[in-house]
Design a protein around this ligand. Structure first.
Ligand SMILES: O=C[C@H](O)[C@H](O)COP(=O)(O)O
Ligand SMILES: C=C(OP(=O)(O)O)C(=O)O
Length: 452
């Protein structure tokens, strides 16, 4: 509860130092006539999350760092404003709840659940420009920056989109909170979460597991157990902290601790393309109290990880820092061990998470970007093998997924093939696992975890 008025973030020493550093992947909107007004508006809006919630998440992640819990993250590659409907949000939340149940039941381990949701509206891109049929326009950078339509007007970087991003995040988060605390996430509804999804092998396997959970609950009920704890669940929101104008404008000084928190989400991560040690993103996130993540690609050196730890987690606080590795299936077994070993030997307690999506993107001749389900699984398997060999804890998984029956990643036991892309490829950026592929990944991870 607030005790005394908190100072303004503007006066917090060092919080704006990032402005003097190199900053990559940003929109070109500083000269836009609405830019200053929009930033002022965002500096005045209510925070999206309470600082105390982010502290609680940091504690939960400290359990992951100690090997006592598992960290599950999933959601769209790029959220869309139009996609923030009750059906779509509930589909993603239900799928994540199902994945979490599979993991909790299969591995007897608490799961920290986070949606790449309520803020995942900006994207780093390989190229600033996109050319189609001889016409070149700025690349799509997420709906908080510009539009997906390939027209000059739509591709303009418009700061007003940040306000729409904030409001869409607020309504998404509101529904997530309603779902996860208002009865929808009650573990006794474990069957109901499966309803409405297309019937398939993973769906059937989930049904069988849900029946076992039902029996266990009935048994506990007969023994007089108290089910209060089953009625709701903690669910966190995170996104890539890419747009520093937005993240800084939503940073508030917490009235309890008098420290800065980025209140746009509970958890923020720095992408592979913007994790330069002396650069703006690392500097800015080093100043906020949220639990934070850094994506690590295949070229990461152990020295990079140690220097990131010094900068982002100087107190070596378990739960503060998560490394999200995205090496690619063919590289993880070679490149990950040195990093894990170096970090372990330094005494730092970070959370290790695998993102088996971003190192496995391919393009097929028809032009679609996709990922092979087998590569995704192979990277997850490699992640578990490396940690097993080193005696460290494989702390979590981070996937791009949706509750919808899309066809964007190839394979799975109800095999998606390229022909299906024509009708069911919906992502605006990178390909996501569909509902069934997501459940399949969860069953596999549960098996790997249980085997430990
Ligand atoms: O999600 C990650 C990146 O934004 C994405 O992979 C970039 O894709 P691009 O290489 O097509 O720009
Ligand atoms: C851009 C992303 O990933 P990476 O930084 O690993 O490329 C992402 O997760 O959306």
């Amino acid at each position: 509860m607030p005790t005394e008025p908190a100072p303004s973030a503007k006066d917090y020493p060092g919080l704006d130092e990032w402005r003097e550093r190199a900053v990559d992947q940003q929109p070109t909107w500083a000269e836009h006539p609405d830019f200053r007004r929009v930033v002022g508006e965002l500096e005045a809006v209510p925070p999206l999350v309470f600082a105390g919630e982010t502290d609680r998440m940091r504690q939960r992640l400290a359990d992951v760092a100690e090997g006592k819990a598992f960290f599950l993250t999933g959601g769209d590659c790029a959220e869309t404003f139009e996609g923030a409907t009750a059906d779509r949000i509930s589909g993603r939340v239900r799928t994540l709840l199902q994945m979490a149940v599979v993991l909790t039941y299969g591995a007897s381990m608490p799961v920290v659940k986070m949606g790449r949701m309520a803020g995942q509206f900006s994207k780093p891109r390989s190229s600033n420009m996109e050319t189609r049929d001889g016409v070149t326009l700025p690349s799509f950078r997420g709906e908080m920056v510009n539009g997906f339509d390939f027209t000059e007007a739509s591709r303009v970087h418009d700061p007003n989109r940040m306000v729409q991003g904030y409001h869409t995040s607020a309504s998404t988060l509101n529904l997530i909170r309603a779902f996860t605390t208002g009865g929808f996430a009650d573990l006794r509804l474990v069957h109901a979460w499966n309803k409405g999804f297309i019937s398939n092998p993973a769906h059937a396997r989930y049904e069988t597991m849900a029946r076992e959970i039902d029996r266990a609950i009935m048994f506990m009920d007969a023994c007089g157990a108290d089910f209060e704890a089953l009625k709701s669940t903690e669910f966190y929101a995170g996104h890539e902290a890419l747009l520093l104008d937005y993240e800084r404008a939503l940073t508030r000084i917490d009235s309890r601790t008098h420290l800065p928190y980025d209140t746009s989400a509970h958890f923020l991560w720095i992408g592979e393309r913007t994790r330069g040690l002396e650069d703006a993103h690392v500097d800015f996130l080093s100043k906020v109290r949220n639990p934070i993540g850094v994506k690590l690609g295949p070229n990461t050196q152990v020295d990079d990880t140690l220097r990131l730890i010094d900068k982002l987690d100087p107190e070596r606080e378990p739960g503060r820092l998560t490394f999200i590795t995205r090496m690619g299936a063919s590289k993880i077994r070679e490149n990950l061990p040195g990093l894990v070993q170096g970090v372990r030997d330094s005494g730092a307690k970070v959370v290790w998470v695998t993102d088996p999506m971003h190192g496995n993107t391919i393009s097929v001749p028809s032009g679609f970007k996709t990922r092979r389900f087998n590569d995704v699984i192979d990277e997850v398997r490699g992640f578990f093998e490396v940690h097993e060999a080193l005696g460290t804890f494989p702390g979590g998984i981070h996937v791009e997924m949706t509750g919808d029956d899309v066809a964007e990643c190839l394979g799975g036991s109800d095999a998606v093939d390229e022909a299906a892309f024509a009708d069911r490829y919906e992502t605006l950026c990178d390909p996501r696992l569909n509902h069934m592929q997501s459940l399949e990944v969860a069953f596999l991870v549960a098996e790997f975890l249980a085997r430990r």
